[in-house]
Design a binder for this molecule. Structure first.
Ligand code: T4K
Length: 373
């Protein structure tokens, strides 16, 4: 039988979690069998918070059970109310966090090049009910932070960054976590650095620290005192141990990701039907995602995704549908750029274990698939 050579290769998912050496993880968790201290701010959680504080460059880092609960906790601790201006081009979590906390998301369109908030529209959306801006460093692309900062200061608004994709990114020589009032990072298994499930809040304001600690542990402040109506969003010791094992390999993984991204860029740049991601100036990227925009009719993207899947390549439509089109919502938002991008974007496989041959195989298929239409 005359099968194309690609069909014999193993499938390639959009991502695969980085794993530490098995023995290294076992060594890290072995003491837990003696101490039996498995959760509630154990040794690994405290150690990882300290390690991350150094890396993220903020005064404080608090670890939580996942990124989504970190967002909800941040909303409480920052005391947000009324309306919050945010992006529709994101994962469900960003909007759900606002709505679940009783707030009204007000959608600002994105700019069509780096897919972050179009800051030129921000001020027109501010009302007397607005309490904050919740921008997303989507794909690790840095938002227009200087302008966001200026506008927030002018109107007395809080800025909470959804930095789920931006762990390790620096901008203008500063860690991305040092901008805004607080940044949320996701350490889900699919992220550049992970704790299986997990999340963090990074911030400078010391008073937030106790408030977060209460919020994630039922408001308990001592053996016989409960001072606020907190929930449970604590990271456990097995998660933190995974993080401590993964952290030393993070820089190396980013270098591997970078080599993969550069190969994609080299192979796909100049194809007239494709627009590549703009990672921005003065930025050191973490190469978290590789989104490609297929110009023209939206069917081109869908056909390309199906064509790749036929050959065992599982790209994903991050982020389609737009939040504003979710079945659970009835928002009436005018966000044409976000709609255009969401209808045409495809996120290609990217993870440190990928080889350049795998990238070539994907690019060959994209070129071949593009020539068919
Ligand atoms: N804000 C933003 C902007 C976010 O993107 C996210 C999460 C959050 C907030 C909330 O943070 P967390 O609460 O999640 O910490 C995945 C992730 O589950 C989610 O964390 C992430 N964003 C989102 C962009 O991607 P799905 O629904 O695409 O996951 P799933 O199960 O389809 O997995 C994607 C691929 O990853 C699979 O095709 C195979 C691979 N995979 C996945 C898992 C879970 C593995 O190889 N091993 C695994 O264990 O959401």
């Amino acid at each position: 039988m005359n099968l194309p050579k690609h069909d014999l290769s193993p499938p390639i998912p959009v991502t695969r979690p980085a794993m530490p050496e098995f023995e290294a993880y076992v060594e890290m968790i072995r003491p837990l069998w003696d101490s039996r201290w498995l959760s509630n701010r154990g040794e690994h959680v405290r150690a990882l918070e300290e390690e991350l504080t150094g890396l993220l460059g903020t005064e404080h880092v608090s670890l939580l059970t996942n990124g989504h609960l970190a967002l909800e906790t941040a909303i409480d601790v920052l005391g947000l109310s009324g309306e919050v201006i945010t992006t529709p081009f994101t994962f469900a979590s960003t909007t759900h966090a606002l709505v679940r906390k009783g707030l009204t998301p007000v959608f600002c369109d994105i700019n069509p090049l780096d897919y972050t908030l179009d800051v030129s529209q921000l001020e027109s959306l501010i009302t007397d009910k607005t309490s904050a801006i919740l921008p997303v460093h989507v794909y690790g692309n840095v938002c227009h932070i200087d302008e966001i900062d200026r506008i927030a200061k002018r109107h007395g608004l809080k800025v909470l960054y959804d930095a789920a994709h931006a762990f390790g990114v620096t901008h203008q020589g500063r860690s991305i976590a040092t901008y805004g009032d607080m940044s949320m990072f996701s350490f889900h298994a699919t992220k550049v650095f992970h704790t299986v499930e997990g999340g963090a809040l990074a911030y400078d304001e010391t008073s937030y620290r106790d408030a977060i600690e209460q919020a994630v542990n039922f408001g308990i402040t001592g053996p016989e005192s409960v001072e606020s109506v907190g929930g449970n969003a604590k990271m456990n010791e097995f998660q933190a141990a995974m993080g401590r094992c993964n952290l030393p390999r993070f820089e190396h993984d980013v270098m591997k990701r970078r080599a993969i991204v550069e190969r994609y860029d080299e192979r796909l740049r100049g194809i007239p039907t494709i627009r590549l991601n703009r990672r921005g100036d003065n930025t050191v990227s973490n190469y978290a995602y590789y989104p490609v925009l297929f110009k023209g009719d939206r069917r081109r993207r869908d056909e390309m995704m199906a064509w790749l899947a036929e050959h065992g390549i599982f790209a994903r439509k991050y982020f389609y549908p737009l939040v504003t089109d979710f079945g659970c919502y009835t928002f009436d938002a005018r966000v044409p750029n976000a709609k255009y991008v969401s209808d045409r974007i495809l996120t290609l496989p990217l993870y440190p274990d990928m080889t350049l041959e795998m990238v070539d195989r994907i690019c060959d298929l994209i070129i071949e698939g593009g020539n068919r239409t």
